[in-house]
Design a protein around this ligand. Structure first.
Ligand code: NAG
Ligand code: NAG
Ligand code: NAG
Ligand code: NAG
Ligand code: NAG
Ligand code: NAG
Ligand code: NAG
Ligand code: FE2
Length: 472
């Protein structure tokens, strides 16, 4: 028998069903066991490593290339941007490179730039994009000239496709303290072996110093070289990249960052380096800018509006977003700073079934339930996060170990949208197995390298959109 409901009664009943549905969803999210870790660590803030530390030592030789770092150079992973600094003079502008399978040596020419900041003058900053590489291939590259050349290597990603496994590392808010060095060491020694690093913003913390002492941008470049010269670091801009200091006449936002860290934004039709996308193996990675305009009609808004429909989940099943200021954060630090951007874009993330959003900014770790908060319309009072299987998991990984110390003051009680939170320094790994399964793990610096302090099996929102909150 078919029950027919019509007219006023029908719509009232529809409303009751809707409200009940929302209540059930609310109960569902509240019933998940939120966890605040009781792990306690010595709460000591570590200072920046002194300039004469081993990690900052320049390479030997007159004008030898230093601060070498690479990032993806095109949209699909066949290009690499290689960047370095020569301190005394321009030096060679070229990269010499070859594949391990071939003796044929290629040469590419880069560009040189420099900048001044208050009374600081940078070295010669080189950027060279090499293109049309083979997928899944090891390449060697040499920089410099004469006696003082240096050789490095990297491995290109597999061809973009749905079932190629790939492992991304995650670090945020790194800085250059002794804790930063522990975080980087733990990432390097992690047996899961990250192949590319997703960096969620706040790099050097040079702005912590008087006049934003830009020598700290140089020391940071030397510090990360041991990883960033060998695997791409995918950059997101944080608030510590703004370097806006009108009191010393430095009014060009992001000046040091944009001179030093190039990204392939034009390859995704972006008009600024702060928001862009890349494909890498099975992943489509969208980088957003918490500190560039994102309201309606702005360049970033228009770009994201056009970008999301382009993602083809048959080709790249995993849709990952990186941004700096978290949308779901239950620490009493930077509380609700991500709220205005969440209001603008969250419904799109649900509509396009983003798998996971990584953020930094808060110096701690937190993982959310799959929740959304998109029903509010000013008068309907529907302003609470509810369980939503089309929503991403939100992960805050701003616990790289910078000079500002840990965020350890949390809102109480723990809100039901928060699945796990802990104030310890560490890093993350996002280990994509195939189109349906990815394993996220969080690794704290106090543990042995292989220990997973928190973990979650994520089921892909397009290929396996079931409830994965307690999946294995
Ligand atoms: C820049 O100014 C500061 C403060 O006056 C001074 O300590 C520093 O030596 C100056 N640096 C350069 C490169 O002149
Ligand atoms: C940084 O970590 C590396 C690798 O563990 C170590 O060799 C180096 O001595 C550390 N440096 C400082 C200043 O902590
Ligand atoms: C900033 O520029 C103005 C105008 O050129 C100058 O008068 C002032 O001394 C400058 N301030 C600093 C801190 O250099
Ligand atoms: C999506 O990707 C698949 C696999 O690469 C391809 O067969 C299909 O044509 C693509 N769809 C669109 C609309 O481009
Ligand atoms: C807001 O939601 C309420 C309840 O669903 C509805 O009655 C009202 O018309 C909505 N207001 C607007 C402006 O959409
Ligand atoms: C934690 O943050 C709250 C809200 O900002 C504040 O009232 C409280 O004093 C803080 N607690 C500590 C121990 O700092
Ligand atoms: C995908 O990976 C998961 C986890 O390793 C595994 O259980 C599953 O069988 C894999 N799916 C396919 C189709 O291989
Ligand atoms: Fe930040």
């Amino acid at each position: 028998m078919r029950l027919r409901i019509s007219g006023k009664m029908g719509s009232d009943l529809g409303m009751v069903v809707l409200v009940l549905g929302l209540l059930v969803l609310n109960v569902a999210v509240i019933s998940n066991a939120a966890k605040t870790s009781t792990f306690t660590r010595k709460d000591e803030k570590s200072g920046d490593m002194p300039f004469d530390s081993d990690v900052f030592r320049p390479p030997p030789g007159h004008n030898a290339p230093q601060q070498v770092h690479i990032t993806q150079g095109d949209h699909v992973g066949k290009g690499v941007i290689i960047s370095w600094v020569t301190p005394m003079e321009t030096g060679s502008n070229s990269v010499v490179y070859w594949s391990e399978n071939s003796k044929h040596v290629h040469k590419a020419k880069g560009i040189v730039t420099m900048y001044t900041y208050y009374n600081y003058t940078s070295g010669y900053i080189h950027h060279c994009t090499i293109n049309n590489l083979e997928f899944d291939t090891k390449y060697y590259y040499t920089l410099g000239k004469g006696k003082y050349t240096r050789t490095f290597w990297f491995v290109t990603p597999p061809e973009v496709g749905p079932d190629v496994p790939y492992t991304f590392g995650l670090i945020g808010d790194l800085g250059q303290t002794f804790d930063s060095n522990r975080t980087l060491t733990h990432y390097e020694k992690n047996p899961l072996k990250g192949k590319a690093l997703l960096f969620v913003g706040d790099l050097s913390y040079a702005d912590h110093y008087e006049f934003h002492d830009n020598r700290r941008w140089d020391s940071w470049g030397r510090f990360i070289e041991r990883s960033a010269a060998y695997q791409p670091w995918i950059w997101t801009a944080g608030n510590h990249e703004i370097d806006f200091a009108p009191e010393i006449n430095e009014t060009e936002p992001f000046k040091p960052y944009t001179h030093r860290y190039h990204v392939p934004y034009k390859a995704s039709q972006s008009t600024a380096p702060f928001w862009y996308s890349i494909k890498r193996g099975p992943a489509y990675i969208i980088v957003l800018a918490s500190y560039s305009a994102y309201g309606k009609y702005t360049p970033q808004y228009e770009w994201l509006l056009n970008e999301l429909p382009k993602v083809n989940r048959s080709e790249t099943p995993w849709l990952i977003v990186l941004l700096h200021s978290p949308w779901y954060n239950s620490y009493n630090y930077h509380y609700m700073e991500g709220e205005t951007m969440r209001v603008m874009y969250e419904s799109w993330f649900v509509q396009y079934k983003v798998d996971v959003v990584f953020a930094g900014h808060v110096h701690a770790y937190e993982r959310s339930e799959r929740v959304s908060n998109v029903a509010y319309n000013i008068t309907n009072e529907l302003c609470k996060p509810v369980k939503d299987l089309s929503a991403p998991v939100y992960i805050t990984i701003g616990d790289g170990g910078n000079i500002e110390g840990l965020a350890n003051n949390m809102t109480e009680p723990q809100p039901s949208y928060s699945a796990y939170r802990e104030a310890s320094f560490g890093h993350g790994m996002f280990d994509i197995k195939n189109r349906t399964h990815a394993h996220f793990t969080w690794h704290r610096n106090q543990d042995a390298y292989a220990v997973q302090a928190d973990s979650m099996w994520l089921h892909n929102r397009y290929w396996k959109p079931d409830d994965d909150s307690s999946a294995s």
